[in-house]
Design a protein around this ligand. Structure first.
Ligand SMILES: NC(=O)c1ccc[n+]([C@@H]2O[C@H](COP(=O)([O-])OP(=O)(O)OC[C@H]3O[C@@H](n4cnc5c(N)ncnc54)[C@H](OP(=O)(O)O)[C@@H]3O)[C@@H](O)[C@H]2O)c1
Length: 336
């Protein structure tokens, strides 16, 4: 079978096609014919060696994938041959509050310890898989595991008629746009590209702001929310953006901190945090129960992920370059 792996060094240029023997399911395992993977920003950090510089090579990256069960090992009852499945990102967090044990980093697929999904076939333990939403193709389902957007809105208790602020048009923000609109909320979205803002409007965005040309976009957010600010902010950027999100959220509002596109550190004015009485919640994907709830909503609301670009396995480097250059709107997938 074909795999794409970081051969002997980090970097997109070191992603190489290789041949490996097709695996077979042992007791308690499920063999899946993977049909698609989707790329996340974290995959880029892995490939560049920025997330885990000590991972041992060769290594098969990419956290999220979907496919069809081809064989079930002895003792497996949760899955059957032919089932459409998608991978889980925090496989031991089943429900309830996160614990250190349930969210142990070493269990994450594609982040440097457990291998990722850029392989035609892979054996999984049953906690590493979930059934795909019935209305989605494998291509679409592969975009779901790290789609923290669902939880970013759920944990903020977003209500119909409230306003959510989304930064940029990457995977998380566009999922958040789709979920927020399905819940009857208003969406303010920012982007560096007018073309992407138009696409966001087509998906239902109510207000759009070019963050490159609008120096005080916080003021615009206040203006379009009757001076109040957004009820919920999905903070995908971090860094200097974090304080700006605090300036743009309403008193008593909620910031779901999801990402760090502008860096791992942020300085904030504590006084503005006190004055705004904001709830700040860090997010890490979610539990299996959260994933299932999101999937039920996807089926019930007929939501289809916004897939911007498709690449083949042989074009894996080009897919990562596309991600690195932030050319995408929504998700990038690689099909097998
Ligand atoms: N905590 C979690 O569970 C979790 C889950 C998923 C992702 N994440 C993190 O969340 C972040 C976003 O993930 P993603 O998958 O959506 O990434 P992505 O698809 O790579 O998003 C890239 C887009 O973000 C926008 N952006 C970049 N810098 C910006 C800025 N200064 N202001 C506003 N927008 C900016 C750009 O949009 P435009 O091109 O429109 O300008 C860019 O195209 C990443 O840091 C990722 O690691 C965390």
């Amino acid at each position: 079978m074909k795999v794409i792996q970081l051969q002997d060094d980090f970097g997109i240029n070191h992603l190489q096609l290789a041949e490996k023997p097709k695996p077979s399911a042992s007791t308690g395992e499920v063999l899946v014919k993977l049909e698609a993977v989707s790329l996340n920003y974290v995959d880029l950090l892995v490939v560049k060696g920025l997330l885990n510089p000590n991972l041992s090579l060769p290594y098969i990256p990419v956290a999220d994938g979907a496919g069809v069960v081809e064989q079930v090992g002895e003792g497996v009852t949760a899955f059957q041959v032919g089932d459409s499945v998608v991978t889980t990102f925090i496989p031991d967090w089943f429900d309830g509050k996160p614990t250190a044990h349930a969210t142990d980093y070493i269990t994450r697929q594609g982040l440097g310890v457990v291998s990722g999904q850029l392989a035609e076939y892979k054996c999984f333990t049953t906690n590493q898989l979930i059934h795909s939403p019935t209305n989605l193709s494998a291509l679409e389902a592969s975009t779901l595991p790290i789609a923290t957007a669902w939880n970013a809105l759920q944990y903020a208790n977003l209500q119909a008629g409230e306003t959510v602020l989304l930064h940029g048009t990457g995977g998380v923000s566009i999922f958040a746009l789709q979920f927020a609109k399905a819940q009857g909320a208003k969406v303010i979205i920012t982007s560096s590209s007018n073309d992407k803002l138009k696409r966001a409007q087509q998906l239902g965005a109510d207000f759009s702001i070019d963050y490159k040309t609008t120096s005080d976009w916080e003021a615009v957010v206040r203006q379009v929310t009757d001076g109040n600010g957004a009820d919920v902010v999905v903070e995908t950027v971090g860094g200097k953006n974090f304080q700006r999100s605090l300036n743009a959220v309403r008193i008593g509002g909620h910031i779901s901190v999801v990402g760090l596109l502008d860096g791992f550190e942020a300085r904030i004015d504590i006084l503005s945090l006190l004055h705004q009485q904001v709830t700040i919640r860090g997010m890490e994907v979610g539990s299996k129960a959260d994933f299932e709830a999101m999937n039920r909503a996807i089926v019930a609301r007929h939501i289809h992920p916004a897939i911007d670009a498709k690449f083949t396995l042989e074009q894996a480097r080009a897919a990562f370059e596309y991600l690195e250059q932030s050319q995408h709107f929504g998700k990038i997938v690689i099909t097998f």
